[in-house]
Design a protein around this ligand. Structure first.
Ligand code: ZN
Length: 162
């Protein structure tokens, strides 16, 4: 019989062989010191594992594992459900946009073609501030729609973890 490979010896060790197979392997083991050493190693490993003091995980095992994981991986579990920060950010952005519209509107009335522009029915209806606001939000909507596919795919990419 040829030299046994480790899989066969492991199969014997875990009693996953038929009786005739086991008999053949044992015959080989009687003559082969290499395989005998390997079986001895498996037996030693098995008894070492059986003597392992911590047979059951300690009660704080989960906490100890979490402690080794960087904060950002489990921060979502401890973060409060509602954060006021986005509201402040949005409010700040809105004020900034309104101030910018006011600034543009105040400068626009100094443009040479503004008097002619002012006669336009849209400017007449909305007023100069309303007209600039409309241009701004129109531009904003356009940019958002232009970026929507990118944002959509980026979001999906994060959800799919790719
Ligand atoms: Zn052998």
């Amino acid at each position: 019989m040829s030299h046994e490979n480790k899989d066969t010896l492991l199969a014997l060790f875990y009693h996953e062989v038929t009786l005739p197979e086991a008999q053949k392997i044992r015959e080989h083991l009687a003559d082969c010191e290499d395989c005998r050493k390997y079986m001895h190693l498996l037996n030693q490993m098995d008894s070492a594992l059986n003597q392992w003091p911590e047979a059951n995980p300690l009660p704080d095992t989960f906490d100890r594992i979490l402690a080794t994981i960087p904060e950002r991986w489990h921060a979502s579990h401890v973060r409060p459900a509602v954060s006021a920060r986005p509201i402040f950010n949005i409010a700040f952005a809105m004020v900034a946009i309104l101030l910018l519209i006011y600034f543009v509107q105040s400068r626009m009335s100094q443009l040479p073609f503004w008097p002619a522009f002012e006669q336009n029915w849209l400017v007449q209806t909305l007023g100069s501030y309303g007209f600039v606001a409309l241009v701004f939000f129109g531009l904003g909507a356009f940019i958002t729609l232009a970026l929507a596919p990118i944002l959509y795919f980026d979001l999906n990419k994060r959800t799919l973890h790719i």
